[in-house]
Ligand binder design. Sequence first.
Ligand code: S5P
Length: 225
Amino acid sequence: ALEKKSNLIASADVLTTKELHDLAEKVGPNIVALKTHIDIITDFDYDKTIIPLIDIAAKHNFLLMEDRKFADIGNTQELQYSYGIYKISNWADLVTSHVIGGSKSLDCFMNVGVVAILGMSSQGTLTDAHYREEAMKIIINEPNVMGCVAQNQIQDDLLLFTPGVNISAGGDSKGQQYNTPEHVFKNLHTDFIIVGRGIYKADDIEQAALTYKTRGWQAYEAAIS
Ligand code: S5P
């Protein structure tokens, strides 16, 4: 992040391997991580999808964050994390997980940074203040949890990842709610913004990534000075 002067994570919510690789190449220079939903890739093939993606990530020096949002018992999560066709444990540097299964359910995530879902950005989410208070009790005792996805400020020793960021829209028709980069850095003391459609749906994807990176970094520096 410091090297690239970037707090930007791009969400690659695209449907084909080609779109995934093209997006990764375009946004790569300006991001710290690419966030995938690998199970939406319609032509997924481990060797054709993942191996080149790892190379692109190495070339542009960004991490791979699989947004699987695990939400099951430990044994099932362990199987979902390492087996099936996606073999997430082979390639993901970061994974997202709910903590609804309790602290032992998180023990299966070895050698990966866990980003716990503390609060969601969608309208009507059940992650109210009581839920977040109980979830935080689990999170602070888990050594492999390095941060939280949330829409509120959290304690300083955990990294805060904030999705629901868009410069030009207030939301979508499916309950998503957006804030600007300036809002989240100033008011939530966010560490990293997660941007999906604001970048991958833009006419000029490279320019959009640069805009979110620059506005995000400026707002971050202003917030910590
Ligand atoms: O609360 C959340 C948590 C996440 S990880 N709200 C979210 O929107 N996300 C993810 O961020 C979501 O799954 C999607 O991949 C991305 C937001 O996409 P956008 O197109 O709305 O920016």
